[in-house]
Ligand binder design. Structure first.
Ligand code: DGL
Length: 275
């Protein structure tokens, strides 16, 4: 298949990027639902966080991240980052390849899940400021009431491994952030930043049993499968796919913490790149 003048092939990899490790929640889902696909991941660990930056800066970073992945043989790019997806939208103008962010897939999943038509969104300050989820949900079902809350400390807690169910610091921070969402009586909560599924247990515990949690990274992965199938670009290989990871800063921290996201070892598969 020819896209943007370049040939893309079924057996090319799926490219995934994030500001850091959050996009690994999408990789985990891709590995589960598309076990034969190769994945090339880029985590911009030298420039994280994106969530506190201006839309112009996030846009520039997103273009550079997509261009880095484009240097490899990739057939699709997933911006597995709520912040990037909120700033660039789900239109493909940061790359000529098939592209998805996380906002539209997660919004569809939330609109399907909610029964009381009250949906909560938690994300980075840039994501919440952009109103991206509200706009997407409004288009799908204007009757749904949305309550959004920025959770700026979550990314730092997750990147630094404060992810244990009993961690008192993360619990205290989560209680404070989630209080307005609880008060709004939502029955569905979008984890609008791809880092948050790593502390899903804590969030679920505080929100209670009646609340469905939607992982934006996992929903983007499901959407990618659907899109690749429609384009007839799913791999025809039978052997297990391989994941390769690139980071823009030290590989050590990434290797140490990737297990919290993936529940698998990444030693020997992580490389440092110059942006
Ligand atoms: N993973 C990014 C997101 O989904 C957040 C991390 C950051 O602030 O860079 O928004």
């Amino acid at each position: 298949m020819k896209i943007g003048g370049a040939a893309i092939r079924k057996n090319d990899a799926i490219g995934v990027f994030d500001s850091g490790m959050g996009g690994l929640t999408a990789v985990k889902e891709l590995n589960a639902i598309l076990p034969h696909e190769n994945i090339i991941y880029f985590g911009d660990t030298a420039r994280i966080p994106y969530g506190s930056r201006s839309p112009e800066t996030v846009m520039r970073y997103a273009r550079e991240d997509a261009a880095f992945l484009r240097q490899h043989a990739v057939k699709m790019i997933i911006a597995a980052c709520g912040t990037v997806s909120s700033v660039v939208g789900d239109s493909p103008f940061i790359t000529d390849l098939p592209f998805t962010g996380v906002v539209i897939p997660a919004s569809h999943a939330a609109c399907t899940a909610t029964k009381n038509k009250k949906v909560g969104i938690i994300g980075t300050p840039a994501t919440v400021r952009s109103g991206s989820y509200e706009k997407a949900i409004e288009k799908i079902d204007p009757d749904i009431q949305v309550t959004a809350q920025a959770c700026p400390l979550f990314v730092h807690l997750v990147e630094n491994g404060y992810t244990d169910f009993h961690n008192p610091v993360t619990r205290l921070v989560a209680e404070e952030y989630l209080e307005p969402i609880r008060r709004a009586g939502v029955d569905t909560l979008i984890l609008g930043c791809t880092h948050y599924p790593v502390i899903r247990d804590i969030i679920a515990d505080l929100m209670g049993d009646g609340v469905t949690l939607i992982s934006s990274g996992a929903e983007a992965a499901k959407y990618a499968r659907h899109r690749l199938a429609r384009l007839d670009l799913l791999t025809d290989r039978n052997e297990p796919g391989e994941n390769t990871y690139y980071v823009s800063d030290s590989t050590e921290m990434f290797i140490e913490n990737a297990g919290h996201f993936l529940h698998q070892d990444v030693v020997g598969k992580v490389f440092r790149c110059r942006m």
